[in-house]
Design a protein around this ligand. Structure first.
Ligand code: ZN
Length: 420
């Protein structure tokens, strides 16, 4: 869950800024927000703290004239006080969220292309025979790489990468949708936009994702793809899993997957512990999923196997979702062909203060922010965040409407907002 800065003014006013505010690449918008805060901070008219843990951790707002950047940072030596899931816990005194940096783990953008930084064991095949023959060499290479990693180049995970790709694909197909061409129940449209426009932008080291993408054709195609890729990367894939696990041996799960494009099913093997980790990462939400990961292929007699693996639960139409309640909502929206996107980096508005809505309806005037509150009412911290989000989003009423569903208390979703 996203972490939040709490800003307490000496006059009693409170406001909130989520760390995700720094996801936006709009430097000017970020300066506009931080400049007045810095001025008040300097005059001791406000206090700012990170609420990742209890008690909250005191923070400071700094300004650097030379670069005209504002930043929020932790006091020297206090990094340890943050929750491990917090950005500031990385243990470096220089760690800051600043107007000229984008806060996103593992992605480096250059000229419209995005290089993804993953742990090498997520996508590099380690040949066990080589490892035995020359263990020293292999270890040095992978360790050496890891040691060079600085705070600024945090790694992404295969889950985060796959989720990002699926979300972009969903948004793209929604933006391209028309009266008679809406993302369909066979998920093919989402898949097509993924393969058509999105994969080419992403690379892992020297390998472009669309060049090592396995679309679910012939099994032998994987070894063909691996041969083409220069740095020994396994083949990346996103395929569709429509039912929960199909068969299980002592340490492997055999999945029946398909690409929405080719209708036939493919058997692919995933080690049980990878499967279970992926499932608990999404709170055991049942199928359907887009699954994403890197595949290797050992011989023509055995099915390909996942080296790294993630499950992205989706709606019946292919929208990524984070809970069964969200699935209900997105299915309802899609059944009515509503233009609903899931805001990501490019679409976040600085007026949201880093609170990223579960959905944004584009076919109302003004646009409607959608929130689904699905966790238990007893979960105090969650409840507090719900309150903060509702208050914040309701105050944007000339630019956005707010629609929300308190699913946690068993109520059914309110009527959807009217078109236009
Ligand atoms: Zn923190």
């Amino acid at each position: 869950m996203e972490h939040i800065f709490e800003i307490k003014h000496t006059n009693g006013k409170k406001e909130y800024l989520a760390h995700n505010f720094f996801l936006s690449s709009d430097k000017e918008a970020k300066r506009c927000k931080l400049k007045p805060l810095r001025e008040l901070y300097r005059r001791r008219a406000l206090k700012i703290s990170c609420s990742c843990t209890s008690p909250k951790v005191k923070m400071l707002i700094a300004y650097r004239e030379k670069t005209n950047t504002y930043s929020i940072r932790t006091f020297p030596g206090k990094a340890k006080e943050h929750a491990t899931s917090c950005f500031f816990s990385s243990g470096n005194d220089d760690t800051s969220l600043a107007t000229d940096t984008t806060y996103e783990k593992g992605y480096v953008e250059k000229n419209g292309k995005i290089e993804v930084k993953l742990d090498s064991h997520d996508f590099k095949k380690t040949n066990t025979n080589n490892l035995k023959a020359n263990p020293a060499k292999t270890t040095t290479t992978s360790m050496g790489k890891r040691q060079n990693t600085s705070v600024s180049s945090y790694k992404s995970s295969v889950y985060a990468l796959t989720k990002r790709l699926v979300t972009e694909a969903w948004n793209k197909s929604i933006l391209a949708s028309t009266m008679d061409k809406y993302p369909a129940e066979d998920k093919n449209m989402v898949y097509k936009s993924l393969k058509g426009d999105i994969l080419w932008k992403y690379s892992i080291g020297r390998d472009q994702l669309d060049r090592i993408f396995y679309g679910g054709g012939l099994v032998g195609q994987i070894s063909h793809l691996e041969g083409k890729s220069k740095s020994n990367s396994a083949a990346y894939t996103i395929l569709l899993l429509e039912e929960d696990l199909t068969a299980e041996t002592s340490d492997k799960v055999i999945l029946s997957l398909r690409s929405p494009k080719y209708k036939e099913l493919r058997e692919i093997v995933v080690p049980t512990h990878l499967y279970n980790n992926a499932l608990s990462a999404v709170n055991n939400i049942p199928a359907p999923y887009f699954i994403g990961g890197f595949l290797t292929y050992t011989s023509s007699k055995t099915p390909p196997e996942f080296l790294s693996f993630s499950l992205i639960p989706i709606s019946d139409y292919g929208a990524p979702i984070e809970s069964s309640f969200e699935r209900t909502l997105f299915n309802k929206l899609s059944a009515e062909q509503r233009k609903v996107i899931r805001p990501v980096r490019e679409t976040i508005d600085s007026s949201w203060n880093g609170f990223i809505p579960d959905g944004l309806l584009l076919d109302t005037k003004p646009k409607t922010i959608l929130e689904v509150f699905g966790m238990s009412q007893n979960h105090l911290a969650y409840h507090e965040k719900r309150q903060i989000k509702i208050e914040h989003f309701s105050n944007l009423n000339s630019s956005y409407n707010l629609w929300y569903w308190d699913a946690f208390n068993g109520s059914s979703p309110p009527r959807l907002p009217n078109l236009n």
